[in-house]
Each structure stands twice: as C-alpha cells, then as structure tokens.
Design a protein around this ligand. Sequence first.
Ligand code: DGL
Length: 263
Amino acid sequence: MNQSQAPVGVFDSGVGGLSVLREIRQLLPNESLLYVADSGHVPYGEKSAEYIRERCVLLTEHLLAQGAKALVLACNTATAAAAAELRERYPQLPIVGMEPAVKPAAAATRSGVVGVLATTGTLKSAKFAALLDRFASDVRVITQPCPGLVECIEAGALQAPATRELLQGYVEPLLAEGCDTLILGCTHYPFLKPLLHSLVPDSVSLIDTGAAVARQLQRLLGQHELLATQPAQPTRYWSSGDIQRMQAVLPLLLGEQAQVHVF
Ligand code: DGL
C-alpha cells in the first residue's frame, strides 16, 4: 500500500480522545483512523508518569503493528508524561501531542483570570509548568484538578445529576475568582460542553485544543508527504477495558455505532 494511504493511529487513556478524533475527521476526511482507548487503565491522571510511559509504548507498538503512518497522543496527561520518550524511541514516526490551551486562553481573556480544568497528572507536570512560564506571565491562572470526572464520561454519564454536581464543584470556585476563560485541558472534557454551558454564564469562553491538534497533524503529514488522497477506510477501534461499554458509549460521543476489538 502507498504509505500515504496508511492509517493514523490515535490513542487516549479512554474515550476522551474521541473528541480529538472527530476534529481530525472533520479537517482530514481522507485519513483512515485507528483508535485505542486504554480504558482498562483509566484514569491516567492519577497514575505515575512511569506507568503512563509504559502504557504509551504498548499502545504505540500496537498501532505500528496495524500499519500506522503517524501517531496522535489524544491525551494531555499522556503527552506530558510520555511524548518526549516516544519521540526518542520512534524518531522516524510523525507524532502529534497536545497540551492545555494556555496560549490562546491568555490571548482571549478580558478579565485577566483564566481557569484550567485538567487532570492532576497534567497540572503537576514539568511540561505544564513550562507552558505557564512561557505564555501566562501576564494573566492569573487558576488550576483545578478534576478527579472523578473522566470516569463519568467513560460511563457515558454526560448529563447525569452526579456528573453535574461534580462539575459544578470544580467550576464554581473558578467563576468566583473572576475567570472568564476556561481551558478544557483534558480530552474527555469537551464531551461535557453542553453541561458546562448550563453551569457558566454565556460570557465565559470554553477553550480546548482538538481542532489545533488536527491542524498540527495536517501540517506534519504534509511535511512528510503523507497526506491521504483517497477516501478513508472506516475507523477501527480497540479498548483495553469493557468492550460492550465502549460500544454503548460510541453513539453518544460520536453519533456512530461500531465494533470495538479487544486490546
Ligand atoms: N483524556 C486524558 C487527558 O487528556 C486523561 C484522562 C485520564 O485518564 O485521567 O488528559
């Protein structure tokens, strides 16, 4: 097969990376996609960087064995823990990682106060500290780890009262501090946008990086002359967790039904 027609491998600790996958599909409809949800090991946000790195190597090996021409780490926590090691291990492989949208948020805020919703792992990472040093010197940034939220999304409980209560507890202190811009620094959280819109005033902007990741993938594939020109094959899915559950959640998150394979 012509290498440019090979698929792009995408992974996350669970189903959160599907928020990035849908942006990739929209921008690059010819790209065939492989998606692995490491839902048997979710949440990454509360695990050590070393544990996450080991998982990321296994996921990458699987995607390479399936013929992936490029890799998208559709997970902020995995990027912070493992992107550098993966780039070192696979120097020929185009790899796109992601990080919370601090730069666009700092440019967008009018109140000068930005809130970051992300996992404990992302917020504790050296990569995140460097991001703040680089782009947030002129604004006040308030970070909010959100334990428990990822599990709600994994269960497809996007509008459940318990999810609402948990989210409200995380968002209210940020609003009380005057945040007018909230960064969704975990790929699971964009699926809570409808709920978030009911909890925050219209004047508060919600920023995530899914679309920017898709654009970065487009640039990288272009540089490597790997952009697909023929129509995409259907996306193939794997999960290390509960297969039935992912099959049940896919229509809620992506509006499609598909078979999920065991990873
Ligand atoms: N979706 C992931 C992220 O973007 C991590 C969720 C988790 O497993 O804690 O950070």
